[in-house]
Design a protein around this ligand. Sequence first.
Ligand code: R5P
Length: 296
Amino acid sequence: MNTILFELYASAVDTMKICKQLGYELGEIDIRQFPDKETYIKINSDIINRQVIFVASIDKPNNKFLPLLFAAGTARELGAEKVGVIVPYLPYMRQDKQFQPGEGITSKYFASIFSQYFNWMITIDPHLHRRHSMSEIYTIPTYVLHSTTPIANWIKANVSDPIIIGPDMESEQWVAEVAKGAQAPFIVLEKTRKGDREVEVSLPKIDEYKTRTPILVDDIISTGKTMIETVKHLNHLKMKPPICIGVHAVFSGEAYSDLLNSGAEKVVTCNTIKHQSNMIDISDLVVNCLIENING
Ligand code: R5P
């Protein structure tokens, strides 16, 4: 099937590389707002009987999600045979249970709408915590890729004597893998979240690692509070200033500068969301997944 790829919202992933390596055409699409803030969509490329792929960064999703759905709807209307989507960062994964009576489980509603518009999805390290598989809420084939190898490679190439640190139990899944790939030890802390912007982390027992460079690894950096609290503890313990690695550079408000100012040596992220801290390229993961699963 002849495939055409459309990039929405200035993707951080290298779409040119994807097109070049897979022989895809890069399509042309106009998305703009009418004066009343409704969305205008126009696909300018021929897509009849073709597989259409959208690459869309949908962090801070409320203004981006509806245009993405409209783009998918337009593609179908114009005769696309299949419509797939690459969302390097998948939002609305964290509200995965009712923490308080009356709360909505938005991850479920989001997945339900999403699944109606696309034939398949590729995403990187979605926040699977209480859910074990995407198929619990997504009804389309979902290819979940992991950034652990590119992160481990970055550490190996850039840091000597690292100790990999996960700020909470949820992070253990990727921290353990990153540590294995980087051939480094790891520890995982205990975190208590007291509110949207307030977290506490336990004092780690890290005396034996004092001479190593601490590398904090987490999936999402949003308010930055999780990382900031951990950086403060490490500073208190007279560890070296840590390098903070996040897969997804969500960075709400001033989170990036707050984290740098908290005593971090450096903040490094993967290019799932466009940001100045993007230093770890995950485009090859996407290319390989397309070759193995979609390009048939
Ligand atoms: C926890 O659920 C996640 O793995 C991250 O630790 C969390 O999203 C980080 O959020 P923040 O930067 O707001 O502390």
